[in-house]
Write a protein that binds this ligand. Structure first.
Ligand code: NDP
Length: 330
């Protein structure tokens, strides 16, 4: 079977040379383990941080070792009674065609007639991140005006729609192409702008003439500066990601206006979804299940095919080639 290893650490933007496909033999299963044939794997922006040799909330990938990340697959050999052959599961050993896992390291897909890939997107980690980040970290309340960056991506597109469903007065999104802006309008955003079209602070002021109450930050840098400039008194920022800096070798040049947070009494709260997962999973599954069933949440996917396509899919994700969740079919 084949898996993808980290061949070297990227300096700035990752390149295909940073990855290596390796042929490996599968060991026999021990009691309590299952063998899974992976069918879909996720590429996610946080993996870029793990390619650097720095300790973070998730440990760094190791050179000449397989990468890992979210995946869906089917149990094809089992030494766990509760997980018979044929069970579809989600787990954390992506970037490989087959995975051997302990029974408690996989989660069976709960049958809801959903496509399997949804468990890596709207029903999985990105959906949960949107839900908990907006409602817990951002403390969004009915009537709030909400701005989300990276709005056409997996997390951002869910944030905007959840905000509307939870009674936001106005939802504004930013993204990087005209097609993505058109899509945000279809998804029910009240306003959307392309951050390449001009100064982000000015574009946001135009889209939210009365200001915003919550900013869900996927991007950092000039987007965070724009939000600080446009937040109203007692506004909140859910600091989810800073993708504008992930490939950067220079320190961030924005925000310059952080001191405005004092007079406006702003709250800027960073969060990591793993810390909210247990507390919020039941509410998330109830609300998201209902919204999907009644058609009030939509999601997009951008898919590539084959393990060999995974490194380029990851590189392209960081460049914005995806609308909605980027996945790789294996
Ligand atoms: P997305 O599906 O949003 O994909 C990444 C998107 O980022 C691209 O499509 C691109 O879209 C955009 N982008 C790339 N470079 C820039 C830039 N310089 N400025 C603005 N936008 C840029 O990914 P996810 O939804 O999976 O993740 C979104 C964010 O959430 C990331 O920052 C990620 O790290 C974070 N995250 C944090 C978690 C947590 O626990 N805190 C958990 C999960 C995700 P465009 O064409 O619009 O530029």
């Amino acid at each position: 079977t084949r898996e993808i290893h980290l061949a070297s650490r990227p300096d700035g933007k990752p390149t295909l040379d940073n990855f290596r496909t390796v042929e490996v033999d599968l060991p026999d299963l021990d009691d309590g383990q299952v063998l899974v044939r992976n069918t879909i794997m996720s590429v996610d922006p946080y993996m870029r941080g793990r390619m650097n040799d720095v300790e973070s909330y998730v440990p760094p990938f190791q050179i000449d070792q397989p990468l890992d990340g979210g995946a869906v697959g089917t149990v094809i050999e089992s030494r766990v009674e509760q997980l018979p052959v044929g069970t579809k599961v989600t787990h954390g050993l992506g970037w490989r065609e087959h995975a051997i896992l302990a029974g408690d390291a996989v989660r069976p897909l709960t049958a809801r007639g959903m496509p399997d890939s949804a468990y890596l997107g709207v029903l999985g980690m990105p959906g949960l991140t949107a839900y908990a980040g907006l409602l817990l970290a951002g403390e969004m309340r009915e009537g709030d005006a909400v701005f989300v960056s990276g709005a056409a991506g997996a997390v951002g597109s869910a944030v905007g729609q959840i905000a509307k469903l939870k009674g936001a007065s106005r939802v504004i999104g930013s993204a990087g192409t005209p097609e993505k802006i058109a899509r945000l309008e279809e998804l029910g955003f009240d306003a959307a702008f392309n951050y390449h079209d001009g100064d982000v602070t000015e574009q946001l002021a135009k889209a939210a003439p009365e200001g915003i109450d919550v900013y869900f930050d996927n991007v950092g840098g000039d987007h965070l500066e724009a939000a600080i400039a446009n937040l109203r008194t007692d506004g909140r920022v859910a600091m989810c990601g800073a993708i504008s800096q992930y490939n950067s070798t220079e320190p961030a040049s924005a925000p310059h206006n952080l001191a405005l947070a004092i007079g406006k009494r702003l709250t800027l709260r960073g969060f990591v979804i793993a810390k909210y997962a247990e507390q919020t999973r039941a509410d998330f599954e109830r609300d998201m299940g209902r919204w999907i069933a009644d058609g009030s949440i939509h999601w997009d996917e951008t898919a590539r095919d084959g393990l060999d396509a995974a490194p380029q899919a990851f590189i392209d994700l960081l460049d914005g080639a995806n609308t909605g969740k980027m996945i790789v079919n294996l």
